[in-house]
Write a protein that binds this ligand. Structure first.
Ligand code: PRX
Length: 668
């Protein structure tokens, strides 16, 4: 049985044979190639292996830490593993991340360089350009305001704001004082904010009166009021006036941002902290319903994100970088706030929706501001695919020179569309695999890497990523298993806020007692390498179907379905089956201009059978208008499954589109 299963696992893995080599000038001028030449590396493979090896990885990180960051006091030890799995980095040093992200640029040559180009959603409001000099003053005034409220190093502050410049300003002001920020995505409900603010004992909430969404002001402050009612440590609510929405201000507790900064000094001494001092707590969902507060350290998050951004997205002095994520997620923390600022780059921030006033908005932003590097998510790409290539085609995207993807496996179909319609069939796509827990990309192409659609290629230099079977043995090429990190790295998570037991259980326990595997980090994703060693992420460990004893990743079937020319999106679940254990059921959204029919359902099934083999073919295909998604755009298979099988769907308050649940038919 085991042998047969192995064979089938290989059989359902869709071998990717297309290779996209990077253009010569990209390779020759890349930041990573310059470093390789300096060091005398001949090949990418040799370089990646050297940097991640037992003998050299600490030497590598030592060099990177000194390259990208100014240390107030030099560290004496690169890494200390004596309290594994609580790894400590840059022991004995002192640092301030805001000093690195803002002060050193504002006091140097980059004072007048634009740090953020901010585009408000309403088309009649002007774009703002914020220089490093401006950012310095705004951060300092706000930090002095926070100080005046008695907030200090080690306190927690929840930040609940939309995509406006005051969000990074608030984060940087906290970090300047050693206050630990906990950003809560502004799309979460008051309960979401309350649970998080209460869990980490926030002393203050920073929010706005309201913000714009698809042209209309949406109130937000009231949510903060409701949250504060259930978060007893909250003493202050600071409110930035963004949309001119009427709000109630509670005497003694609530303060307007503009009043708080009025007359404050534009200078503020950084509070120097130990590199392990917590920079932020960011909540993410785990296997249970309760969100986990991931603790991130200051030193590691000053080094890892900046280094990876510089190498992977190859940023140069005149680039205009646009990461389309919301700062409420880790992608925004690392790659809108800390990394680009530490590198002294110009980044674009857009306040609103991708379809406002129409599906051309993003492409207009790129045209207007000559964006050179675009980093987005497969869900956005599929949304644009569904609308058709006429939208990007209307705009001049010739300033783009590199593309990126993050958040979920990018199905080869979307990858090809992205390259063709956004990347004019020329641009390389950096598919970065990482997590809230990791703080930086772990697996990713570099500008010098030959690409395969749908693959995040190889572990980055300094990261030792592997695929193990349940017993801790490395799986051979062509077979799947658990993707793990064999070594610590600077930006890794340090702990769960207030829950040591769960921290141990979720990431470390699995291989803890396997000889030679203590300290191996279980990422919770399933992955497979092809014969050339390219990594393909197949989705979460818990999102695996078991059909007639064979393990099939939901994501793999979904990827095959969306390669069908008439299908835009798909969610695949397992329906209990007396004989096979589970049968595969697919819910699909058709591309515009196609109508559901029994023939099309049959055709879709035949299509998957042909692509992946009979074992992975769905037994049923249902057409739907919408699928429930998280705020970050991931389809919630759990909800699709519960609704279609007639089980309770649980809490859906954090979904982006809770009404989509009604579209899911009952199938039992
Ligand atoms: O399953 C992987 C998927 O997203 C998970 C992490 O989600 P989150 O913590 O919300 O962070 C998202 C932004 C980093 C991973 O465990 N994931 C992320 N990037 C990729 C991916 N799956 C495949 N390919 C990727 N590039």
């Amino acid at each position: 049985m085991a042998g047969e299963e192995k064979k089938l696992k290989t059989a359902v893995f869709q071998e990717e044979t297309r290779i996209f080599n990077p253009p010569k000038d990209l390779v020759e001028n890349s930041n990573v190639m310059k470093w390789m030449k300096k060091k005398g590396f001949k090949t990418e493979k040799e370089m990646r292996a050297w940097c991640s090896s037992d003998e050299h990885y600490l030497e590598f990180w030592d060099e990177m830490a000194k390259t990208y960051v100014d240390w107030h006091k030099p560290y004496t030890k690169v890494m200390d593993d004596s309290e594994m799995p609580y790894f400590h980095w840059f022991t004995g040093g002192e640092i301030n991340i805001t000093y690195n992200a803002v002060d050193r640029h504002a006091k140097g040559k980059k004072k007048d360089k634009v740090a953020y180009i901010w585009i408000p959603e309403p088309t009649d409001q002007p774009t703002q350009k914020i220089t490093y000099g401006d950012l310095y003053k705004e951060v300092n005034k706000f930090a002095n305001g926070l100080k005046s409220l008695g907030l200090k190093k080690g306190d927690r502050v929840s930040i609940y704001m939309p995509m406006i410049p005051q969000l990074p300003i608030a984060m940087l002001a906290c970090a300047k004082l050693g206050i630990i920020h906990s950003v809560v995505f502004s799309g979460f409900s008051s309960k979401g904010l309350m649970d998080r603010a209460a869990d980490c004992g926030s002393r203050a909430i920073i929010t706005v009166d309201g913000f714009y969404r698809r042209g209309k002001p949406v109130p937000l402050k009231q949510n903060a009021d409701e949250a504060a009612a259930g978060a007893p440590a909250v003493e202050k609510i600071i409110v930035y006036k963004r949309a001119g929405v009427d709000v109630a201000m509670k005497e003694g507790r609530d303060v307007w941002w503009h009043d708080l900064v009025k007359g404050r000094s534009e200078e503020c001494e950084p509070v120097w902290v130990d590199p392990e001092h917590r920079l932020y707590i960011l909540y993410t969902s785990g296997t249970t319903g309760k969100p986990k507060g991931i603790e991130h350290a200051t030193g590691g998050n000053a080094v890892g994100p900046a280094q990876t951004l510089h190498w992977v997205f190859d940023l140069k002095e005149n680039d205009v970088w646009w990461c389309t994520a919301d700062i409420g997620w880790v992608t925004g923390h690392s790659y809108i706030v800390y990394a680009p600022l530490i590198l002294g780059m110009t980044g674009l921030m857009y306040e609103g929706a991708a379809d406002y006033p129409d599906f051309g908005r993003w492409w207009k932003n790129i045209q207007d501001h000559k964006v050179t590097v675009l980093y987005t998510a497969p869900t956005a790409i599929r949304m644009f695919m569904k609308q058709g290539p006429q939208w990007p085609a209307k705009y001049d995207l010739s300033s783009l020179r590199l593309l990126g993807s993050v958040g979920e496996p990018i199905n080869p179909e979307a990858w090809m569309w992205y390259r063709e319609h956004i990347g004019r069939n020329e641009l390389q796509i950096m598919d970065t695999w990482w997590q809230t827990e990791t703080g930086t990309f772990l697996n990713s192409p570099l500008p010098i890497t030959p690409l395969k659609p749908g693959s995040c290629t190889f572990p980055l230099p300094g990261y030792d990523i592997s695929i193990l079977d349940e017993d801790g043995k490395e799986v051979p090429l062509g077979q799947g298993g658990n993707i793990v990190s064999l070594k610590p790295y600077p930006s890794m998570l340090r702990a769960f806020w207030g829950d040591k037991e769960r921290f141990m259980k979720e990431y470390w326990q699995f291989y803890w007692d396997v000889p030679g595997r203590r300290g191996v980090y279980l990422a919770g994703d399933k992955a497979q390498r092809d014969k050339d060693g390219y990594f393909f992420i197949q989705g979460r460990i818990d999102d695996v179907l078991s059909v007639a004893g064979h393990r099939i990743a939901n994501a793999e079937v979904e990827s095959a379905l969306v390669a069908h020319p008439k299908i835009a999106e798909a969610a695949v679940i397992g329906k209990p089956d007396e004989v096979k254990g589970e049968s595969i059921v697919a819910f699909v959204i058709l591309r515009i201009g196609n109508d559901p029919s029994p023939e099309l359902a049959k055709d879709a099934i035949a299509f998957v059978r042909k692509t992946l083999g009979p074992v992975a073919a769905p037994s049923e295909v249902h057409f739907v208008n919408d699928l429930p998604k998280t705020r970050s755009g991931k389809i919630m298979r759990r909800v699709v499954k519960a609704k279609s099988l007639g089980n309770p769907v649980g809490d859906i308050s954090t979904l982006m589109n809770p009404e989509a649940v009604d579209h899911i038919p009952l199938i039992v």
